[in-house]
Design a protein around this ligand. Structure first.
Ligand code: PLP
Ligand code: COI
Length: 339
């Protein structure tokens, strides 16, 4: 689509094709090539590509913002580069160098700058993917890997900006076991969530809350966002045990709560029973930003938080985070990378 064909005021969290993408390859045992910008096009991939049978691949999710002063900026991209590199190791793929990752991301964002909505309308979602593109039939690492970055203008992930969402705790499905791949953005982590998510949506919930796979007692994550509770002026969030994705928004929220709101932080296990006593609840991620949780359904009963409204601390954290991301407040932690 051409930028002038897009209604930027009506963006949703969906894919719109843009001008270009970045592509780099790597043969097993060799260095990554430096890569190049190309027109956006379909891939030429063998049906025997290892990613198609065995899911050897990961993705990242980032946003580029167009500030009111015309500058384009991204939020902590070096953190995504680091997480992708860790994921490569876990998924037996050659580690992506941070310089290649950042260079690919910047090139695509710059080349598609006219697709970036204003911060009131949304952002340019940046989707780097790394996967085994070589052929193979045995369960073994691919002989060739591809790193691709594409972008899409997006609006909000959850409908209704800052409108508290309704979630349902599931005991029918787990997202990730301990010592599995939940701690990296493996592509295979996401398809198992589609069925629980669509069941939840058919019943009027925005997403599912997953519990720990061992005891079904402690909260892990909300679909594709990290979980937070405010109890007695403390910010409590599940500790990173390996089955939870180390969110970059999560890290930033913890930092903001500590430094700006002077809250005590507890990274530890939090049971559903404890969470249901919280003063405020929210979830956070790149796509979701900070989404207040107004209702949780657990074992057939509904629990309402803050009378279904956004909590004070949640709102403050949202304002601090988006102030930095949208360029309306000072970037005091040096989080924004100008593109
Ligand atoms: N948890 C999962 C499973 C995710 O997919 C994401 C999104 O990337 C997050 C949490 C939030 O992570 P981040 O804040 O880095 O986007
Ligand atoms: C993100 O927050 O960027 C994600 O990756 C979530 C998603 C799976 C849409």
């Amino acid at each position: 689509m051409k930028p002038n064909e897009i209604d930027f005021d009506k963006l949703t969290f969906s894919f719109t094709q843009t001008r270009s993408m970045f592509v780099a390859k790597c043969n097993l045992g060799e260095e990554w090539e430096s890569g190049e910008l190309k027109p956006f096009e379909n891939l030429n991939l063998s049906p025997a590509a290892v990613v198609l049978s065995y899911g050897q691949g990961l993705f990242e999710g980032m946003k580029a913002y167009r500030w009111d002063n015309g500058e384009i900026a991204m939020f902590r991209p070096e953190m995504n580069a680091k997480r992708a590199a860790n994921g490569c190791t876990r998924l037996s793929m050659p580690e992506i160098p941070s310089s290649l990752f950042i260079n690919g991301v910047k090139k695509v964002v710059r080349d598609n700058a006219d697709y970036i909505p204003s911060t009131e309308q949304g952002a340019l979602y940046v989707r780097p993917i790394i996967f085994g593109s070589g052929e193979g039939v045995g369960v073994a690492p691919s002989s060739e890997y591809s790193f691709i970055v594409y972008v899409s203008p997006v609006g909000p992930y959850f409908k209704g900006k800052l409108k508290p969402i309704k979630l349902v705790v599931t005991k029918d499905f787990h997202r990730a076991p301990l010592k599995g791949t939940g701690g990296v953005k493996a592509i295979g982590n996401y398809v198992p969530g589609m069925l629980p998510s669509s069941i939840a949506k058919s019943k009027g919930y925005a997403e599912v809350i997953y519990l720990d796979a061992a005891e079904e007692k402690y909260i892990e994550e909300v679909g594709a966002a990290n979980f937070f509770a405010i109890i007695d002026n403390k910010l409590i969030t599940p500790e990173l045990t390996g089955s939870i994705l180390p969110g970059i928004t999560r890290d930033s929220v913890i930092h903001l709560a500590k430094t700006k709101l002077k809250l005590e932080i507890e990274e530890r296990r939090i049971s559903v029973d404890e969470a249901l006593t919280a003063d405020e609840l929210f979830c956070a991620g790149t796509a979701a930003i900070i989404a207040p949780i107004g209702l949780i359904s657990y074992e057939g009963k509904d629990y309402i938080f803050n009378d279904g409204n956004i909590g004070k601390i949640t709102n403050e954290l949202y304002n601090y985070l988006t102030g930095i991301q949208f360029g309306t407040s000072e970037d005091e932690f040096g989080w924004m990378a100008k593109i």
